[in-house]
Design a protein around this ligand. Sequence first.
Ligand SMILES: [Zn+2]
Ligand SMILES: [Zn+2]
Length: 187
Amino acid sequence: MASTGHEPPRLLVAPLTRLPCEPDVVRLPLERAFGVRVEIAPLAVELKAAYSLQRNQLNSTTILKMLLSERPDGVDRVLGLVDQDLFIPILTYVFGEAQLRGVVAVASTFRLREPWEAGGTTRAVLEARLIKTALHELAHTYGLRHCMRPRCVMTVASSLEMLDEKAPSFCLQCQGELHDALVGLAP
Ligand SMILES: [Zn+2]
Ligand SMILES: [Zn+2]
């Protein structure tokens, strides 16, 4: 069937484990930022293959590879969501990872729960953190790199405090780069 050419690109948000909040919380922020249509559906990936017994964590780069091979036809980007702790070999943990100028990203709620479960914060805080992580990782897939402005969502957050400091939005410069990337992709 011929495409009308007016349909927005499709972003699949795929819960890969049970999550402490509804994945739907990322829908509007992602649709607004990237001009995509978000679909939410699980993907059958074998997370065990990403598990490191030594570290008791999941290797996020391995998950990216699995998402890449499981990406359904017609889906432009995939954001996998997990509630397990993620790592890349050079870091203790990561909130998420993405392919730079690629099509897949992953984000974890594992660290974002602290100290919510002890009553130290609210579910809204957890959701805000997840939204920022999702925006940050997906922006990498559009080619955006890290930003030095602490409020910008593209700054590196190496702690929850830094993540909480960020706004769920792009600074003017990053906004401009994202705009150029999105215009470059337009048919
Ligand atoms: Zn990053
Ligand atoms: Zn920025």
